[in-house]
Design a binder for this molecule. Structure first.
Ligand SMILES: Cc1ncc(COP(=O)(O)O)c(C=O)c1O
Length: 270
């Protein structure tokens, strides 16, 4: 997120009579894993009286890796953070969390207790936390049990090791891509996501053809069942995207993904 563009957008909204109230920053964007300048955004939100939300669904657990944790400076100042342990914390789908600094605000917003659920503190089972008062959902599964098991089974040390290794493996993938004549990396690698495309020499600059070729490569790689990459649009162009999240991922797997993309690319061209 570009702070000066944000400032202008907020000023423009106010000038037009709108009431901006919230900035939704990212700690690891979906496409590239970029982390916004959270400390600067927290300063801005405080100065402007805006709620600071951070989407850390994928990336917030990156903070466990000491090499990249400075990127997350300011995350602790957010009013709310979204986290998906079912992404980087190896928890079975689905297990999503919203952490809110002032839980009471959430309760004031969502609480709608029908008479049959009304309890009084200290009477019956009254006083137990009623999670249905903190969101839309009333009946819900015991999702936190899965997360508790993961944390107890792996322990902090192992979770730090997974996350750190994924970031290292993404850097390794970037090295393989940068060394390959027919591959081009299309975004900086901040966490465990790598975006790249297959660019044979004779198609350099032929953007529409490269889009079509890379989309075809993605489909062939996926259907082949040997490796997995997905695709996304960056600056309007189709690119391949790899996201390291599986706890058992190895260097050999990363090399195999790159090899498969190049093999399939060569075959598509032929
Ligand atoms: C940064 C980010 N936010 C939100 C989502 C949506 O998460 P979910 O599918 O768990 O709702 C994703 C999914 O990829 C994501 O990467």
């Amino acid at each position: 997120m570009n702070l000066s563009a944000l400032r202008k957008a907020v000023e423009r909204d106010r000038a037009e009579g709108w009431l901006p109230f919230c900035v939704a920053a990212s700690a690891g964007t979906v496409n590239t894993g970029a982390v916004d300048p959270l400390d600067d955004l927290a300063d801005f939100c405080r100065e402007q009286g805006l709620w600071m939300h951070v989407d850390g669904a994928y990336g917030a657990f990156g903070i466990l890796d000491q090499q990249v944790s400075p990127l997350f400076s300011g995350l602790e100042r957010a009013d709310s953070v979204a986290l998906d342990p079912h992404k980087w914390l190896a928890t079975p789908i689905e297990c999503s969390c919203a952490i809110v600094r002032e839980g009471e605000v959430l309760r004031e917003t969502f609480s709608l207790v029908p008479p049959y659920l009304h309890t009084e503190p200290g009477k019956g089972f009254g006083g137990l936390p009623g999670f249905s008062e903190y969101g839309f959902q009333q009946t819900r599964r015991f999702n936190t049990l899965k997360l508790l098991w993961v944390i107890q089974q792996a322990g902090r040390t192992s979770l730090v090791a997974y996350v750190t290794r994924h970031n290292v493996l993404a850097q390794y993938m970037a090295i393989l891509i940068d060394a390959a004549q027919d591959l081009e990396r299309v975004a900086p690698v901040e966490l465990s996501i790598v975006c790249f495309r297959y660019v044979p020499d004779h198609l350099r600059g032929e953007e529409d053809q490269l889009d079509a070729l890379n989309k075809h490569i993605m489909e062939e790689v996926q259907a082949g069942g040997k490796a997995f990459v997905n695709g996304t649009l960056l600056h309007g162009r189709f690119v391949l995207r790899s996201c390291a999240l599986h706890y058992a991922l190895t260097e050999a797997d990363v090399a195999a993904i790159i090899e498969e993309v190049r093999r399939v690319g060569g075959r598509c061209l032929a």
